[in-house]
Design a protein around this ligand. Structure first.
Ligand code: HEC
Ligand code: HEC
Length: 444
């Protein structure tokens, strides 16, 4: 006889059913499919030409990917990016990349077996979450910040939007243990679970000189997979660093000149002589965090219903249906307790920015237009505003050109990396997996 499922498990399943990510699947990796996977939203709900919305979601088992040679993206710099620096005690190997990929996509690495890293860092959504402003963790728990992309993560000196971590090897344990993300009760819980899952047998030992799964080796494997997700050689890179004069249009070039000149974006989103990180790896106050914290905002919020379909909703209505109070966010101050660090956030790289909406640490802006309008107004005045932020006096045409420039920053290998991600199993719980964590009390 079937035993009743624990209530948490049922909630997890319901969440999966309503979560577009879990339903987002593709029949094959032919070019058209990948095109829409990479540049469309998760379940391809583009267009809305017909009255009736039809989703193209397919069964997850029908999803086919194509593994890529990821190690190459660590060992050979891509046009536009510098060489990847690696910690001496965790040099990348094929074994580590493969193991890290398995872990990143494995939903069993969460308390109720539903939540992998990729549920928030969704490959076909620029390794971020296009459809929600701030992340939602296990069982619908709110996370106060927007899920940033993992693309080019190897090139940050400081991690998280408040720079509270500086090592990918250590970073992974934050989401694994956070109550509102993957909610594992302890490090030992995760390690024991991995040890008991058949697919991992021998893999850690092969990758780490005989060492099995430990806090250190789990972090190292995840770090190496993520360090490989380098994406550049964009049209901009081909124009700037590849001597291809025709890679950008006149408007895009004008946008670049504004970015580096009149609009002074490049004073924080750096562009160097040999490569461009589009970040200075520093923290700044643009006024956006201040405005959010102080509740300074327009009376309406722009909500995206589907790609390109927006409605302006009264904030009063949004607040009336909000179930959990909005959590305050003071940025870097939360790490240093220095009052001068209030509302400072790390400069995000703008590579692949066309793929990683919504924008800012709280996902407040749905479009690049809103971001540029924000900067054009001079950010938001506050006593700690960065001196680099000031009104820009851009014309309508200049605004369009700046946006056109930012849209040239999509890496040429994005489709390859998405197809590679699709090749990873998603870690469905199987009969052979350890069920001591959930079902023991219900067993015969
Ligand atoms: C519930 C959604 C969620 C899950 C699950 C999740 N993340 Fe994240 N991730 C986020 C959010 C939100 C942030 C930004 C937090 C902040 O800046 O304070 C983040 C930040 C990061 C960063 C730093 C990015 C940057 O720009 O500095 C890395 C790296 C990362 N996550 C990797 C992982 C890995 C590895 C896993 C799985 C072990 C994982 N994440 C699971 C939501 C998630
Ligand atoms: C003072 C340094 C600074 C300057 C100058 C600056 N930025 Fe930023 N930019 C930041 C910081 C810091 C953030 C993150 C703010 C946040 O999350 O609240 C950011 C965020 C962004 C984002 C959102 C990125 C994402 O992934 O969410 C875009 C797009 C952007 N900036 C474009 C521009 C453009 C275009 C200009 C020039 C008009 C510009 N920036 C000038 C520091 C700067």
């Amino acid at each position: 006889m079937q035993h009743p499922m624990p209530i948490l498990r049922i909630l997890g399943l319901v969440f999966l059913l309503i979560n577009p990510v879990a339903l987002t699947v593709f029949a094959s990796t032919d070019d058209a499919t990948l095109e829409s996977a990479v540049f469309g939203s998760g379940d391809r709900k583009q267009g809305y030409d017909t009255d009736q919305y039809v989703t193209n979601s397919l069964s997850i088992t029908a999803r086919k990917g194509a593994k890529a040679d990821l190690l190459k993206y660590i060992n050979e710099p891509i046009l536009g990016l510098p060489a990847v620096s690696q910690p001496v005690d965790n040099i990348a190997t094929v074994e580590k990349v493969e193991l890290g990929r398995l872990l990143f996509f494995d939903r069993r690495l969460s308390l109720n077996d539903t939540f992998s890293c990729a549920i928030c860092h969704i490959p076909e959504q620029g390794f971020t979450s296009n459809e929600i402003k701030t992340a939602v963790g296990i069982e619908g728990r709110s996370v106060k910040r927007n899920s940033p992309t993992i693309y080019n993560i190897a090139h940050y000196d400081i991690l998280f939007q408040d720079g509270r971590e500086d090592s990918l090897e250590q970073q992974a344990w934050s989401p694994l243990l956070a109550h509102n993300e993957m909610a594992n009760p302890s490090i030992g819980y995760v390690i024991n679970k991995i040890k008991a899952i058949k697919e991992y047998q021998g893999l850690f030992e092969q990758a780490f000189d005989g060492k099995g799964p430990t806090m250190e080796t789990v972090g190292k494997a995840l770090a190496v997979y993520q360090r490989a997700l380098n994406s550049a050689n964009s049209s901009f890179d081909q124009w700037k660093y590849g001597d291809d004069e025709n890679a950008l249009s006149q408007d895009e070039i004008a946008g670049y000149q504004l970015f580096a000149g009149k609009a002074a974006c490049a004073s924080c989103h750096l562009i160097g002589a040999d490569y461009a990180l589009f970040t200075d790896n520093q923290l700044h106050n643009t006024g956006h965090g201040y405005a959010t914290s102080m509740g300074i905002k327009p009376p309406k919020t722009r909500v995206q219903l589907a790609p390109g379909v927006f409605v302006d909703v009264d904030n009063e209505i949004i607040n009336s249906v909000r179930q959990q109070p909005k959590q305050n966010d003071v940025g870097r101050y939360e790490v240093t307790q220095n009052p001068y660090d209030r509302w400072k956030y790390r400069t995000p790289s703008l590579r692949n920015i066309a793929l990683t909406a919504p924008y800012m640490h709280d996902g407040a802006f749905s479009t690049l237009r809103e971001v540029v309008d924000f900067y054009n107004r001079g950010g938001i005045e506050n006593e700690l505003l960065s001196p680099l932020i000031r009104p820009l006096d851009l014309t309508e045409q200049e605004i369009e050109q700046l946006i056109a420039f930012m849209q040239t920053l999509t890496g040429s290998n994005v489709k390859t990396l998405v197809a590679d991600a699709f090749a990873a199993p998603i870690g469905d719980i199987s009969k052979e997996d350890p069920n001591w964590a959930h079902d023991t009390q219900y067993s015969d």
